[in-house]
Design a binder for this molecule. Structure first.
Ligand SMILES: Cc1cc2nc3c(=O)[nH]c(=O)nc-3n(C[C@H](O)[C@H](O)[C@H](O)COP(=O)(O)OP(=O)(O)OC[C@H]3O[C@@H](n4cnc5c(N)ncnc54)[C@H](O)[C@@H]3O)c2cc1C
Ligand code: FES
Length: 453
């Protein structure tokens, strides 16, 4: 009865309903009582009448009190649950909820995109809505991998873009063992390919990253990628098509051959929707079945880009370290200002120029041999020129701090600094909490540095 009462929105109607219900119940009980006991006296009838009236009054008061209680805000806000599906881009209901730290996501779809790349579609396990993101941003995920001493944290670009925000998509390349070595194949990527299935739960941090396209700008944008570097470019191309289709966009991608070319049909579909999106695909080793699916043979280089784009533009680069290095140098030589060239490296291999070399140099003001205290582990060690970043130094001292990008991009290595200061060898991209530092790109600045590690 309480549940039904709670559904009545109007408090007056709710009070009347409660009064009528309680009054009728007592009248019926009294009538049955009089019948069963065969009571004939006036006193008995009066008692029954007064009870019914009192019951009606109590019911009315109860209805009003229940209304007042029901209209107070709940102290615990639950995300609205909804049945989620990815058939089409169904808008997510309710507010776009962002979150802090980790939130569990369910893999709702797993799609093979090429010989090496597989996509994972994620929706929050709590059924709530997800915030949209800037095209080019990434998610940080945490994987419990058997045999690993602690959760493995990695970052993956969001490879799709829809205004509706119905899901997030990550597209992950299986990292093989490097040729000519006996190193382990990539831990996280192989686990994702082999063990993560529809229904698996993956904790993720909110979208993050500064390698982003502002779709509202009018300056032409050139999106240049090779291999798995295509992932942020898809999101950028889709966002531009959805939000500002008048902006000229070049989508230039390099792949080995058709079997390794992910999202070929998806990019063709975007291009059909957007006459201002110009697609160029270069295959370095095309095979006979690839005929008609690529525009040039060879690598994507500055000469190719200059032949395609003859106007002022901003450039977005994502791909292998050597590829980006040569394009950055080529664009610079072609007179493109640095302020119009944006890049994101997925691995540490890209040379940071003078910045990278600075890591080996003596830190400013730290004295010759700054002392580094790893407070939680109870270790103290002396940092010397050539010991590299604080992350490398911690690893050399048998510590196992979390990391992913090792470039100041993802924030995974962030830890609290309890004493002293650090020098950054390149500008951090990740947002850094007060009182914390990114140890992957920093060295001691003061004679003593105490880290909460
Ligand atoms: C901002 C950002 C976005 C990213 N987006 C994507 C994306 O969209 N898609 C994607 O696929 N990746 C992306 N990455 C890369 C991703 O985060 C992982 O780095 C990648 O998946 C490899 O992780 P892993 O655990 O599989 O490999 P790891 O275990 O980290 O190993 C990496 C490589 O090193 C080799 N290796 C192992 N041991 C050694 C050793 N001792 N010495 C030298 N080499 C060794 C492995 O064989 C492997 O090839 C992104 C990275 C960043 C920073
Ligand atoms: S490991 Fe990514 S910011 Fe340090």
């Amino acid at each position: 009865m309480l549940a039904s009462l709670g559904k009545i929105q109007n408090s007056f109607v709710r009070s009347l309903t409660a009064a009528a219900t309680v009054g009728s119940a007592i009248t019926m009980a009294a009538a049955i009582g009089l019948g069963v006991t065969n009571a004939k006296e006036n006193a008995a009838y009066r008692a029954a009448l007064y009870s019914a009236l009192a019951g009606t009054g109590c019911g009315a008061i109860f209805g009003l009190v229940y209304s007042a209680r029901g209209s107070q805000p709940s102290t615990q806000t639950q995300p609205e649950r909804q049945t989620l599906s990815i058939d089409g881009l169904r808008p997510a209901a309710g507010e776009r909820q962002t979150w802090k730290d980790w939130r569990n996501f369910v893999v709702i779809r797993k799609v093979k995109e090429s010989e090496e790349i597989t996509s994972f579609y994620l929706q929050p396990e709590d059924g709530g809505a997800i915030p949209n993101f800037q095209p080019g941003q990434f998610l940080t995920i945490k994987l419990d991998i058997p045999g690993q001493p602690r959760p493995v944290i990695r970052t993956y670009s969001l490879s799709d873009y829809a205004e509706s925000g119905a899901y997030y998509r990550l597209s992950i390349k299986r990292e093989p063992m490097p040729v000519g070595t006996n190193f382990m194949p990539g831990i996280a990527s192989n686990f994702m390919h082999d063990r993560v299935q529809v229904g698996s739960i993956i904790p993720a941090k909110p979208p993050s990253g500064k390698f982003v396209l502002d779709p509202q700008k009018s300056l032409p944008a050139v999106l240049i990628s090779n291999g798995v570097g295509i992932t942020p470019m898809i999101s950028m191309a889709k966002a531009a098509t959805l939000l500002n289709p008048h902006r000229p966009i070049w989508f230039v991608h390099g792949a080995r051959e058709g079997r390794f070319h992910a999202f070929r049909d998806e990019v063709a579909t975007i291009a059909q929707q957007n006459p201002n999106l110009h697609v160029h695909v270069a295959y370095s080793r095309p095979q006979p079945p690839d005929t008609g699916h690529y525009h040039s043979t060879g690598y994507v280089d500055t000469d190719l880009i200059r032949s395609l784009v003859q106007q002022d533009a901003e450039y977005f680069l994502c791909g292998s370290p050597a590829f980006m290095q040569s394009l950055r140098e080529g664009l610079k030589a072609a007179g493109v200002p640095d302020s119009q060239v944006f890049f994101e490296a997925f691995t540490k291999g890209i040379s940071m120029g003078t910045e990278a070399r600075a890591i080996a140099a003596n830190p400013n003001g730290a004295g010759d041999r700054p002392e580094v205290v790893f407070a939680e582990s109870g270790k103290t060690a002396t940092w010397r020129s050539g010991d590299g970043s604080l992350l490398e130094f911690a690893e050399a001292n048998d510590l196992n701090p979390s990391y992913s990008c090792r470039q100041g991009i993802c924030g995974t290595c962030m830890c609290r600094i309890l004493e002293g200061e650090v020098d950054y060898q390149n500008t951090p991209v990740a947002a850094i909490d007060d009182g914390s530092v990114l140890i992957c790109i920093s060295t001691p600045k003061t004679a003593r540095v105490v880290l909460d590690l």
